[in-house]
Design a protein around this ligand. Sequence first.
Ligand SMILES: [Zn+2]
Length: 405
Amino acid sequence: MSFHSMWAELLPVGRSSASGGYRRFAWTDADADCRAWFEDQARARGLAHEVDRNGNQWAWLGDPAARDAVVTGSHLDSVPDGGAFDGPLGVVSAFAALDELRGRDARLTRPLAIVNFGDEEGARFGLACVGSRLTAGQLTRAQAHLLTDGEGVTLPRAMEAAGYDPDAIGPDPERLARIGAFVELHVEQGRALDLSGDRVGLASAIWPHGRWRFDFRGEANHAGTTRLADRHDPMLSYAETVLAARREAELAGAVATFGKVAVEPNGVNAVPSLVRGWLDSRAEDQTRLDTVVGGIEKAARSHADAHGIDLDVVRESFTPVVEFDHALRDELARILGTDTDLTVPVLGTGAGHDAGILSGSIPTAMLFVRNPTGVSHSPAESASEDDCVAGVLALADVLEGLACR
Ligand SMILES: [Zn+2]
């Protein structure tokens, strides 16, 4: 089955007719349809299909017990109203690359597997990469059992309803020990390749990133009768802080976003008593990130102090930089560099991936495919068919180079 027909088959699954975006949330019917599609693709190619204890799907060519396997794949779930490419491009390309290798009569000397990691986006339970985190032991069964969706359904109940055993979840070191290399192909979630004019790139690192909560406390009061001079309006300090975030990020070549805000009492005719804003910031390295967040906090404090506003800043989550395995990355660059038509720029990325989670346990690498607008997590996410095919061929070259040596 060609890339094109696989893509067309998967395209309508979980797509909202209202938004044109995808709602393939973990352990829902749309997710089950994606998983059934994966199993069909595996069986159609004579691959051994299995689901591991954490609900990740695997399609094996060769004996998994032989160890040193080369694994590729990604995820099939989506964010709310996500695009078609984030995740599925890596899975469809994996099957297409295997077909390409068979067409080349490549003789594999290592086992090869294609994987679909469960619940990568965290759209339903609020934590990203649950399938790979559990496997790598970065999330315990007890922690996972506490995850709850917006309707109050816990992760174990959702897994059970989808036909999986939530008591089996947990670290899977035996499975990781079988894997010699994991290569995830992914649509680029930025414009670096578009700007450099390349179809395919290699990942260098995932930027360190974190989330901080800023609580600005002032004094609720009447919007009509309170003189401006008498107000303690936390919205003003918040507004200054949003502008400072943009300034500091620009100075450091980083990103900083206030994308979520809560206001109390949230009345149109009331000076607020509390404005709570959440900052997401990411930068190429720790020092830059510290500079950006430090600069934003300093600006927030100076405005708050001058206007009688109390400020608390709490770091709610943090993920340090993920450096992909240098030896594997160099090997991929060498493999891809032998094709003179293909230059492979090496890019950092601000987005998290299963490959980032697994990089703490096994050698991992990532290939990015050009996204002309850079838009991701939106129905506008795109990649041309020619670029997708270039991605498949690059992945096939990589798998051949790694598994046939
Ligand atoms: Zn993804």
